[in-house]
Design a protein around this ligand. Structure first.
Ligand code: AMP
Length: 282
């Protein structure tokens, strides 16, 4: 097990990547907010097989949290993260302080449309994707990797990042990694630590309900009725439902069920104070 170097500045990141490039080595970037779990590690494994060097960034990005959200109490577990990344064989951990990413006077935000205004997460977190896209654009430009990978767990985010990277001509291949789940279907998330025992028991209902609805849709039953029933099931289990929607998997627009184009079902719901999101292919 090698110990990944810890990089804290843009200058040091550029120095490392310059050396790797000069040696003809390809580079992959795995952006995270830390509190790493098997979902994050799976992303490092996917790119490990595709690039010679793997950088994992750990940065809890303040600009993607609304003032009412959990920025200050978001789990920070750097030592445990470092051990997991050493075991995963990554080459470097890029862990800048907020002032390195947002120095005094920082005044630029990326403005988005397309998948960022699909009426899903953006409806409930109106400033979220501008914060995500701005920090991801910076990370992409700072590291300029050949490949960057993001989880399908955050499906709308993945679409926003693909669009932004393409629109800004960043020469980076954006990959999506499948969602890693607990045995009962609950998608792994750093926020699952907020769940108490009773909430943890209920949490997988999101995934179970979506799987059941997806199967019925594939079986040709009435989509509107299935979605109405699924929403009722989630609410009856004790969730406060933000949305459960069926969308086109590429555009995130209204689903064209008859066309045979790929569909995606996406959900966001609160259980107590904890907001969970998930999605599946239909
Ligand atoms: P986060 O630290 O929550 O910002 O997540 C960092 C990256 O890991 C994002 O690209 C997420 O989509 C991805 N991710 C989070 N949870 C999972 C999961 N359960 N399976 C696969 N990828 C995940």
């Amino acid at each position: 097990m090698s110990t990944p170097g810890i990089i804290e500045s843009v200058a040091a990141l550029r120095q490392a990547t310059r050396q790797w490039r000069a040696a003809g080595e390809s580079i992959a970037l795995v952006p995270t907010m830390g509190a790493l779990h098997a979902g994050h590690i799976s992303l490092t494994q996917i790119v490990r097989a595709k690039a010679r060097r793997v950088i994992v960034s750990i940065f809890v990005n303040p600009t993607q949290f609304a003032p009412t959200e959990d920025f200050s109490k978001y789990p920070r577990t750097f030592e445990a993260d470092r051990e997991k990344l050493a075991a995963a064989g990554v080459d470097a951990i890029y862990a800048p302080q907020p002032a390195e990413i947002y120095p005094p006077g920082f005044a630029t935000t990326i403005s988005l449309a397309g998948p960022a205004s699909a009426g899903l997460e953006d409806r409930f977190r109106p400033t979220h994707f501008a914060g995500v896209a701005t920090v991801v654009a910076k990370l992409h430009i700072q590291a300029m990797p050949d490949i960057a990978i993001y989880g399908e767990k955050d499906f709308q985010q993945l679409a926003v990042i693909r669009q932004m990277t393409r629109d800004l001509d960043l020469p980076i291949e954006v990959l999506g990694g499948p969602t890693i789940r607990e045995a009962d279907g609950l998608a792994l998330s750093s926020r699952n630590v907020y769940l108490d025992a009773a909430q943890r028991k209920i949490a997988p209902i999101l995934n179970v309900t979506m799987r059941d609805a997806a199967q019925r849709i594939r079986g040709g039953s009435d989509v509107a009725a299935i979605m109405t029933n699924a929403r009722a099931t989630i609410t009856a289990a004790g969730f406060s439902l933000d949305y459960l929607e069926l969308r086109g998997a590429i555009t995130l627009g209204a689903p064209d069920v008859a066309s045979g184009k790929p569909l995606r079902m996406l959900v966001a719901a609160k259980i107590g104070m904890t907001r969970l999101i998930d999605n599946i292919a239909v």
